[in-house]
Write a protein that binds this ligand. Structure first.
Ligand code: PEP
Ligand code: MG
Length: 576
């Protein structure tokens, strides 16, 4: 009988294949006391297991496919750093010496203590980081117990064509999946912001996370259908489901093959209105994908990735070189660099930054607020962006501005840095365009004030919706209220577009709403002419733009703005 299981689809696509189950966490950890005269050898046993774990990870790092290396090596390096960290090993070594615990038990003790600390954290991103501790400890314990590496780590292709089912997967596992031709993965834990989910999207492997009890309900070699779009997995599917999904898979392939043909087509509506279509980019690999799908530039370069998994933030030179290499990849196309947006759900490592840990982190010290509070951090990035601007088509974008004072502070700081660079004889673009993300309702209502001070605006609907509708964007419990079509959201979008038009400056949209093809026509009708979307969605949005007749959509958008609720607006869109 077909079993249908539901989780969270974090990387889209459909895969059909047999299951391979990874029993990572089912290690029986023995607990016994070692004799006094065995303490030295037990200590040595733990030290050598840690060394071997490092060797295994280095070997995995050396096998990363070259194209994926810049993205993935840092995740593996994080695990290597953890193996070097005294916090992980000193306490177990002490327990072996003082309490005479065996090495596996001593390590488990410290694992439980560290996981408890992470469990207490409010921030969902940080909570997922406890998985890193589990992955590292599990690796050492397998070595201690002489269990050998997990089957999917062996350098062969026996797993080609399989769907991996696991409690959770480390980034190192995810890397090897591509290497071994694994079709998809399904995990019991993890959220959409976990490292593994981020990597799955970049590696373009269908993936579902948070599918509880997957390993209890699936047996080795069961036939599975993984629908990463809907977050659904079918176990032992009947002929009818197989036929249906095979057809879906084929249609998806044909659809995407067809879309790629649009790559070079100029982005214009049926009535010949030109529209800018750019990409949102985060990981280095996204830039290549943006080029492959013919993005007209980068409308949002989220720079938080540069700060992840490291002890200290990057120095100016590292920022500068990164931006130069991105300019090189984008080959003359415009690049909009958003300054650091840390705080709230965006954290880069185990240290809480800005508003994390506060009662209302989304309303706290995040993004430009944090940067203005830590001018040294902000200056480093601004100097690098200014210096890079001498070498290409760069725009500077500031996240989460909410009032004019902050805007003036940023502009003053930029002017000060320009003077400083001038004195030092360093080049920069004196006319570097500076823009604001409009993602706080106050900024949308006062968009005319911002438009009067800045060179461009970009609507960040992810936050704009969160703040307008008072729903935490990372809280599952209220996600049903997250409604891009809420009349209040549409009115704020319209106000911002109108303010930009009156001031004669461009207004883009870079929130997820811009990349959701069900809204393309409405946004065009409202007056949006610049979309910035995840590269994976770019061609789909382009197709919609090419098929849109703007002369009709303006009236539809006007009607939508008068509608009393999202339901009526949705009906209007469906009628299109
Ligand atoms: C947004 O808020 O819409 C946005 C694009 O920024 P981020 O998702 O990075 O907060
Ligand atoms: Mg935002």
């Amino acid at each position: 009988m077909t079993l249908s299981l539901h989780g969270m689809g974090v990387s889209r696509g459909i895969a059909i294949g047999r299951a391979h189950i990874i029993e990572r966490d089912r290690l029986d950890i023995p607990e016994y006391h070692v004799d006094k005269d065995q303490i030295a050898s037990e200590t040595q046993r733990l030290i050598s297991a840690v060394d071997q774990a490092k060797q295994q990870l280095r070997a995995i790092r050396d096998h990363i496919p070259a194209a994926a290396a810049p993205d993935i090596a840092p995740f593996i390096n994080t695990h290597l750093l953890m193996l070097d960290d005294a916090v992980l090993t000193q306490e177990p070594l002490r327990l072996i010496r003082t309490a005479q615990h065996n090495a596996e038990w001593a390590l488990q003790f410290q694992r439980d203590a560290l996981v408890h600390v992470f469990d207490e954290m409010q921030d969902p991103y940080l909570r997922t980081r406890k998985n890193d501790i589990d992955h590292v400890v599990n690796r050492i314990q397998r070595i201690l117990l002489k269990q050998g590496p997990l089957r999917h780590e062996e350098p062969d292709s026996r797993l080609s064509g399989y769907v991996l089912i696991a409690d959770d997967l480390a980034p190192a596992d995810t890397v090897l999946m591509q290497h071994h031709g694994i079709l998809a993965f399904v995990t019991e834990y993890g959220g959409p912001t976990s490292h593994t989910a981020i990597l799955a999207r970049s590696l373009i492997i269908p993936a579902i996370v948070g599918l509880h009890e997957a390993r209890r309900l699936v047996r080795e070699d069961d036939l599975l259908i993984v629908d990463g779009n809907a977050g659904v997995m079918l176990v032992d599917p009947d002929e009818h489901s197989l036929r249906y999904y095979r057809q879906q898979q084929q249609e998806e392939r044909n659809y995407y093959a067809g879309l790629i043909r649009l790559k070079e087509t100029p982005t214009r509506t049926l009535d010949q209105v030109a529209v800018k279509l750019q990409a949102n980019v985060e990981l280095p690999q996204d830039f290549d994908i943006a080029r492959q799908v013919g993005a007209g530039g980068v409308g949002l370069y989220r720079t938080e990735f540069l700060y992840m998994n490291r002890e200290a933030p990057p120095e100016e030179q590292e920022h500068y070189e990164t931006y130069l290499s991105v300019l090189d990849t984008m080959a003359g196309l415009p690049l909009t660099i958003r300054t650091l947006d840390l705080g709230a759900d965006k954290q880069v490592d185990g240290r809480k930054q800005g508003s994390a840990g506060q009662a209302n982190p989304a309303l706290g010290l995040r993004a430009v607020r944090l940067c203005l509070k830590q001018p040294a951090l902000f200056r480093t990035q601004l100097r690098a962006i200014l210096r890079a601007s001498a070498h290409g088509n760069i725009r500077l974008m500031i996240p989460m501005l909410s009032n004019l004072q902050e805007t003036r502070q940023v502009l003053d700081l930029v002017a000060e840095i320009k003077a400083e660079l001038g004195e030092q004889g360093l080049e920069f673009d004196a006319d570097l365009p500076i823009g604001a993300m409009i993602e706080v309702p106050a900024a949308a209502v006062c968009a005319d004030i911002f438009a009067g001070q800045l060179d461009f605006l970009s609507i960040g609907t992810n936050d704009l919706i969160q703040y307008t509708l008072a729903i935490d964007r990372v809280d599952d419990e209220v996600s049903y209220l997250y409604e891009p079509l809420h009349p209040a959201v549409l009115r704020l979008i319209r106000m911002t577009l109108d303010a930009g038009a009156r001031a004669g400056i461009p207004v883009a949209m870079c929130g997820e709403m811009a990349g959701d093809s069900q809204y393309t026509q409405l946004l065009l009708g409202l007056g949006l002419r610049e979309f910035s979307v995840h590269p994976a969605y770019l061609l789909e949005v382009k197709k919609n733009i090419l098929e849109s007749d703007l002369s009709k959509l303006v009236a539809v958008a006007d009607t939508a703005l008068q509608a009393p609720s999202a339901v009526e607006i949705q009906e209007l869109l469906q009628a299109l």
